[in-house]
Design a protein around this ligand. Sequence first.
Ligand SMILES: *Cc1c(COP(=O)(O)O)cnc(C)c1O
Length: 392
Amino acid sequence: MTQDSFLPFSRPEISEEEIAEVVDTLRSGWVTTGPKAKQFEQDFSHYLTGNESDASIYSVAVNSATAGLHLALEALGIGPGDEVIIPTYTFTATAEVVRYMGATPVLVDIQPDTFNIDPIAIEAAITPSTRMIIPVHFAGLACDMGQILQLAEKYQLRVVEDAAHALPTTWAGKKVGTLGSDACVFSFYANKTMTTGEGGMLVTRHSRIAERAKVMRLHGISKDIFDRYQSNKPNWFYEVIAPGFKYNLTDIAAAIGIQQLKKIDQFHLARERLAQEYNQLLKDLPLRLPTDAPSGDLQARHLYPIRLLDQSAITRDRFIERMAEAGVGCSVHFIPLHLHPYWQSCCHVTPANFPIAQAAFEQEVSLPLFPSMQSEDVVRVVEALKRVLAQE
Ligand SMILES: *Cc1c(COP(=O)(O)O)cnc(C)c1O
């Protein structure tokens, strides 16, 4: 990347392998959900368990993580009157799926160092109506799943992980997706750690949830189209058993996913190396750097979120403006839910209810991070950042 071009905040890594796999799909005559989607699901389960013959988890490919979260809540029977605890520091998708089911999201605060949901705040928010917790592994750093799963057991709650940032992430040496929650949902949106353009994967250890999600992702039809054409029933026959959704992943998208998944460890190595370079070059500056995973664990490094200090002379907004003027794209993760008009009125909340998340939002900046970034790009970001901090 040349010095004078704009360095984007994120960029998908698409190369000839993905293109060839998509072309193969287009030439095959089968473009919607079919053999490639099935292969992508199998490959995904194998990737998470590390074992070809391990049938302990089921992967269900869908056209977004939002769809996957919705299907998980539907399969777990969440409905009106139920309360679902989620962090305020997340993307709106985590909360909107709760409203799709007519249930009530209950927003809670985060931990200051990890940006992850605070288990103490979870326990304080539990009422007799609480049915579920949706932890979000922010930036790809695992939540405290030990405490969350313990709370779930103590209060008989379901756990669905929003793992949109968390491929590959480990907690206590085990990959997110295999930690023993009820379901775990990954995103393949364009800026995530791997992409299918749009797409997601619902992973569960319960065959009942996987089967229900497979039916509901395709109109509530009892067999998906590919199976239908393989079975010995007449090929026009199908039965609708529920008012389902249109959430299936196309084979064109799955083709991209098959090739991206093969490179996910390589992508992760690059992200981790760049994050370590940032850590090294930024360590003496007046900033709070992201929390590293405990040693031996992986953090996916979907984002590299820094925080300006309380006493910083420059505001976060001005900082991002000045970085853009210097040719560096930054972003903010997230505008917490408690600042959005809909969630404020839906959940009857104000910023004062979430002091940790509010402070994090006011100071957070996500620096550019994507696998094809070079060490020179990291240096360029850091030099720009030093100039911006010094000028104020
Ligand atoms: C990106 C994201 C989602 C939604 O993913 P889609 O695949 O775009 O539906 C959900 N939760 C979080 C935390 C995200 O960052």
